[in-house]
Design a protein around this ligand. Sequence first.
Ligand SMILES: CC(C)(COP(=O)(O)OP(=O)(O)OC[C@H]1O[C@@H](n2cnc3c(N)ncnc32)[C@H](O)[C@@H]1OP(=O)(O)O)[C@@H](O)C(=O)NCCC(=O)NCCS
Length: 189
Amino acid sequence: MMLDRSEEEGEGARPLGMGAVSHSGRVSMLAIAERLDILCVNNARNLMNIRELTISDYDPMVEIWRQAGLPYRPLGRDACERFCLEIQEDTAVFLGAEVDGELVGVVLGTHDGRKGWINRLAVLPAFRGRGFARALVLEVERRLNDRGILIVTCLIEADNGPSETLFQSLGYLGHGDITYYSKRQSQDW
Ligand SMILES: CC(C)(COP(=O)(O)OP(=O)(O)OC[C@H]1O[C@@H](n2cnc3c(N)ncnc32)[C@H](O)[C@@H]1OP(=O)(O)O)[C@@H](O)C(=O)NCCC(=O)NCCS
């Protein structure tokens, strides 16, 4: 999946301010928030808040995945019942980005005791390009690090340029020499 960043800017573009310059030459308000170690990003139009997902976020989360074109396996690992169980585990760092009470971005962070994993990161199209995904990833990292998990990983499809750029900009290194294998009991998983 390739997204044209230029199409996403305009209305949704970040405002100018004091901070780090983005790939598009803009100044990131998030950089300021990061330095101040706060979880709210005031991008002049909206105040974004990052919080833990709750069971009642299931339907909005699925809708965000749908709009983001991410897979959804309701009969398998994405079943509502599973989500309700997983969210209570200490291994889960399920976070949402909220604007004016509306869930606009999600990420499912997990860890297996050795490594942290970032799954199902997605931001609603109308809210992209404002640093929300970056903020979600950084917060998952922080919470995993706090639990002693000092390596965080993710799987990115080869044609997902925006995601590759995002993770590279956050210091993630690609491993072109690794091939992903999986074994499923059924295609629902
Ligand atoms: C990928 C995705 C989560 C990015 O969300 P976002 O909130 O728009 O991303 P951010 O605004 O936080 O961007 C952070 C950085 O990512 C990179 N980036 C994000 N979108 C980009 C795009 N369309 N083109 C190029 N780089 C992009 C940039 O480096 C950007 O930093 P900069 O603007 O300061 O240079 C969003 O496009 C999405 O939901 N895509 C569909 C679902 C998906 O692919 N999820 C990832 C699965 S691994």
